[in-house]
Design a protein around this ligand. Sequence first.
Ligand code: ZN
Length: 325
Amino acid sequence: MLTKSLHRGVLLTLTLLVFLLLAACGPKSSGSIVEGKVNVITTFYPIYEFASEIGGEDVHAINLLPVGVEPHDWTPRSQDIINTSKAQLFLYNGAGLEGWVPNFLKSLDADSEAKAVEVSKGVDYIMTDEEDGHDHGGEGEEGEAEGHTDTLHTDPHTWVSPKSALIMAENIKESLQSVDPAHKDGYEERYNKLAERLKALDSKFATELAKLPNHEIVVSHQAFAYLARDYGLTQHAIMGLSADAEPRSQDLLKLADLVKKEGIRYIFFEELVSDKLAKTLAAEAGVSTMVLNPVEGLTEAQEKNGDNYFTLMEKNLQNLILALQ
Ligand SMILES: [Zn+2]
């Protein structure tokens, strides 16, 4: 009897120890549920920023994607399932960005009341036949597709255009109002402020880019189709929708020819993935590289610096102006 209870005691201590160790050693927690607020789980940075802005004091937002990580290779951890099960709202981009969402929603607690909302709904989607070799979407059915596929994919990068970001912000506002009607007016008021800023950004992009003589951009990852469509640019991508799929060498040579022929002066790359291919192409064509940020997440430096969707998009505009004049 004595040994049995002693045994149980040791087991309990061990369990507790393992639990504490796990809690201490796990990757940086993405935050925990706060009682008395509307808990909103977001999948990646722009949605987190908009939900925090519109939510104000009524909302506690938790972003699943850690700082410095781009959404392509990310999948949720068990703590994310626990948090989301207790939250009132789960906001994801959709349009194929988060291929893990259907399974994730199935794994939530049976009594979870979290309402899942596809934030990009209502945006006029761009379809592309680009291969999508990474986990940006495709619900995993394409996997590591070899060669060309004839399937059309939805381009998920809706937020990169202020015009579609505005639609996304409105969806976020409506979802907050539906789970928390008591604070409807506050959401409306803060949404209006955010919408004003997005509209100002939109008209700045439209007027500034229209003044420029050049409209062809060469980018590393095909993340700028919505921006290109809405502001009259033509996007040439080295890597397709993915940020990590390798381009074929004949495609690189073709791009180098285009760069020379069109007098393109800069190849754009992004900070969360390697700039190797952009540098290779730039060297091949004898031009320079510059950052064009798809705002899929912040780097640690950007977070410390207080950067956000608006500062990064503003920087994008300044770099586009430099590159296209
Ligand atoms: Zn992307």
